[in-house]
Ligand binder design. Structure first.
Ligand SMILES: Nc1ncnc2c1ncn2[C@@H]1O[C@H](COP(=O)(O)OP(=O)(O)O)[C@@H](O)[C@H]1O
Ligand SMILES: [Mg+2]
Length: 254
């Protein structure tokens, strides 16, 4: 049984069909890649796979259980967490604090502060801080833990966003363009962390334009074009197809 699957997923926004009968699946411990030009529907498919939005039709399952209609916290409990293409954050909070609010990012900050200061919750809070420190050490951001998140570079913000997802202790992590706009050195570092996650047994789905990294990291790749799966397979096969190459060049983003 696949750890995560979408079967015949269609999504329309008003008159725009963003996805048309897409099927993708990921096996436990795999890294899958989703590539394609801008507007192809990659983020929409990710939002559906993580239960952030519901498909117009089709099925989405985590280990055989339908997630359609589940609340975000129920989906997190099943083990799925996602980062955002445009890293969101609480710029005025420190790097460490950003991780502490990770599982309450939907809530008002003042609510979190009240929660954090409530004596009965202190034990929980300490455990959360310990986990956040571990996550920052893994991401090699520990030296920056007290810095305002707004002062981080693009790549460091991407790492922090991965950190926020890791705070949910996921089995499945969906990364939307984790390397976009990141300098080569930091991109290499982020790629190494993604590989570490896989080796630790996590299943990873990746939207990424930088083909060299997709080739290096992914076990299996889906090419999305105009809301449809154009092709799928192992990276070396997929990226040798002229049709795929021309789609990338046509979309202006390879
Ligand atoms: N919330 C939305 N409302 C209306 N249209 C949307 C929305 N989200 C995405 N779309 C449209 O769906 C298509 C796919 O977008 P998206 O999934 O963001 O593509 P990608 O991530 O591959 O660049 C685009 O035509 C986009 O304009
Ligand atoms: Mg996108």
């Amino acid at each position: 049984m696949s750890i995560l699957s979408a079967i015949d997923v269609t999504k329309a926004f008003g008159g725009v069909t963003a996805l048309s009968r897409c099927s993708v699946k990921m096996e436990s411990g795999q890294v899958i890649g989703l590539v394609g030009p801008n507007g192809a529907g990659k983020t929409t498919l990710f939002n559906i796979l993580s239960g952030l939005i519901a498909p117009s039709s089709g099925a989405v399952e985590i280990q055989g259980r339908s997630i359609i209609g589940m609340r975000p916290d129920q989906i997190v409990a099943l083990g799925a967490a996602k980062t955002f293409q445009v890293a969101r954050g609480f710029g005025s909070l420190s790097v460490l604090e950003n991780l502490l609010v990770a599982d309450s990012s939907q809530r008002d900050l003042s609510v979190w502060r009240a929660f954090a200061n409530f004596p009965g919750r202190l034990g929980t809070h300490r455990a959360l801080v310990r986990q956040a420190i571990d996550v920052l050490a893994f991401l090699k951001l520990i030296d920056l833990k007290d810095m305002a998140a707004s002062h981080l570079s693009t790549g460091q913000k991407k790492l922090l966003d991965i950190g926020r997802a890791l705070m949910l202790s996921p089995k499945i992590i969906l990364l939307d363009e984790p390397l976009a706009g990141v300098n080569p050195k930091l991109a290499e570092q982020i790629a190494e962390r993604i590989d570490d996650l896989r080796r630790s047994g996590m299943s990873v789905a990746l939207v990424e334009h930088r083909v060299e990294f997709v080739r290096e990291l992914c076990d299996y790749v889906y090419v999305l074009s105009e809301g449809k799966i154009l092709m799928e397979g192992r990276p070396n096969n997929v990226f040798s197809h002229t049709e795929v190459i021309s789609t990338f060049l046509g979309g202006g983003a390879a």
